[in-house]
Design a protein around this ligand. Structure first.
Ligand SMILES: Cc1cc2nc3c(=O)[nH]c(=O)nc-3n(C[C@H](O)[C@H](O)[C@H](O)COP(=O)(O)OP(=O)(O)OC[C@H]3O[C@@H](n4cnc5c(N)ncnc54)[C@H](O)[C@@H]3O)c2cc1C
Length: 415
């Protein structure tokens, strides 16, 4: 069993609690119903950001695409995201180098950078109204952290050809007003409203001919020619390929010993006065075990998230919200004392992680023609973009050696 979230019993309401600020007054995409059994080139199960990116890309390539979702797409983990669209991976380059060697680790980081560039280009070319903003990131030492580890990380990034600039305490304080030992300032990331992004992509895919169906996939019969998928209604869908994009709710047969489920919390403040925000709106994240990150929004709010722990049960997760809100307010005061910490939104969510911080993308072992896209961790959306490109290639019969870094059955680097 790959996840401790039961795939039959875990709905969207279990994946997130509280209220996030996303979506505005936008209308959700319309789901049709199955009135007969159908055949399609690709069936995508799950219409969150992962399924939406895949649907748009495959439809644009001219494939016949069908997306099924048993609930309203986007209202699962996607709307719980803080949508910091970073190329820097949760697992530092130094740690990834320890696991896989420098060449492979550097190549993965460069692919991640290219994924955010690709996403930015896509949103701009399709003009998706999702409050998308190219951003720099500021990777700061923790409260009591020293600069030496960050400097070593920076040196490795330089060697890998990744963009960025090392800031000592004095420059960090004078340029950003942040009182930490050091930071790495890097261009090339972005932020957005994840729900608007997901819905915009899905609507684009529908405009390109994709079908969005209100149905639950209940069983999969995979063979060398096709996959027949049973639904909760009377009809089946036969597909040349199936892409599983069910988020943190993974079917039992998709196993990975690398994966575990945890919980994460976030708050958004009331809009701040301009002078109370850091001027460039950088995505700030901290080099610490407890995981802390902050961003701003177009309407001047500060979002701060983190305090992750191993809670899996949704009720236990939501019961911890008051304590986590207090932790996040305290963290905000220490990071950015000028902020008005009044909370406007507070939410929590299930959070899937892997041992190496890399996603699980590729063929489902033992199930021909079935592919999976599980973009875990804080880089979920970056990895979902990468998944859409990898899985489109696999549907077209093209395999590249770098895909192996994300294979579902890769061995644990920790042993
Ligand atoms: C608090 C928090 C903060 C985060 N911050 C960031 C961040 O800053 N940056 C980032 O990149 N990522 C972040 N993430 C991660 C990101 O939110 C996820 O990686 C992403 O939302 C996963 O999207 P998804 O489409 O795979 O899953 P979901 O949005 O959960 O979509 C899966 C869909 O599958 C459907 N489904 C499931 N089973 C079936 C079935 N059998 N039949 C039909 N439909 C089915 C569900 O109804 C659902 O709509 C964060 C996550 C959390 C919780």
């Amino acid at each position: 069993m790959s996840s401790s979230l039961d795939p039959d019993l875990t709905g969207q309401k279990d994946l997130r609690g509280g209220m996030s600020p996303w979506g505005g007054a936008a209308a959700h995409p319309h789901r049709g119903r199955l009135t007969e059994s159908i055949k399609t080139d690709v069936l995508i199960v799950g219409g969150g950001i992962t399924g939406s990116l895949a649907a748009q890309h495959l439809a644009a390539l001219g494939m016949d695409v069908c997306v099924v979702d048993r609930e309203q797409p986007g209202l699962g983990s996607t709307t719980a995201s803080t949508a910091m669209l970073q190329w820097e991976i949760d697992c530092p380059l130094a740690e990834l180098t320890n696991y896989y060697g420098f060449d492979q680790a550097a190549s993965i980081y460069r692919r991640s950078l290219a994924a955010v560039q690709g996403l930015t280009g896509l949103v701009q070319s399709l003009q998706i109204p999702c409050l998308y903003r190219p951003r720099s990131t500021l990777y700061i030492t923790s409260d009591d952290g020293s600069s030496s580890e960050l400097l070593a990380e920076y040196d490795l990034r330089q060697r890998a050809g990744l963009p960025g600039q090392f800031l000592q305490h004095r420059d960090l304080l004078s340029n950003f007003g942040i009182d930490r030992a050091a930071a790495i300032l890097s261009p090339g990331s972005a932020d957005a409203d994840p729900l608007l992004l997901s819905w915009g992509l899905l609507k684009t895919a529908i405009g390109q001919g994709a079908k969005l169906i209100d149905a639950m996939a209940t069983a999969y019969h995979a063979s060398s020619n096709a996959v027949v998928v049973e639904t909760d209604g009377a009809f089946v869908i036969e597909a040349r390929h199936v892409i599983l994009a069910t988020g943190y709710v993974m079917p039992d047969f998709v196993g990975s010993a690398l994966h575990s489920t945890a919980s994460s919390w976030a708050i958004a403040t009331e809009p701040q006065r301009d002078e109370n925000l850091w001027p460039g709106g950088e995505l700030i994240w901290e080099a610490s075990e407890s995981y802390l990150y902050a961003r701003t929004t177009r309407d001047g709010r500060i979002i701060i998230g983190g305090g992750d722990d191993e809670t899996v049960d949704p009720a236990a997760r939501d019961a911890k919200s008051p304590e986590k809100e207090a932790f996040l307010i305290d963290s905000l005061r220490r990071l950015w004392p000028a902020a008005d910490p009044t909370i406007a939104y507070s939410w929590s969510g299930a959070f899937g992680e892997t041992e190496d911080g890399l996603p699980l993308i590729g063929e489902v072992p033992g199930y021909p023609r079935m592919l999976a896209a599980y973009g875990y961790g804080g880089n979920g959306i970056t990895f979902s973009f990468m998944a859409s490109r990898i899985l489109a290639a696999l549907c077209g019969g093209q395999r590249e050696s770098w895909f192996d870094a994300f294979a579902l059955d890769r061995p644990s680097p920790i042993g």
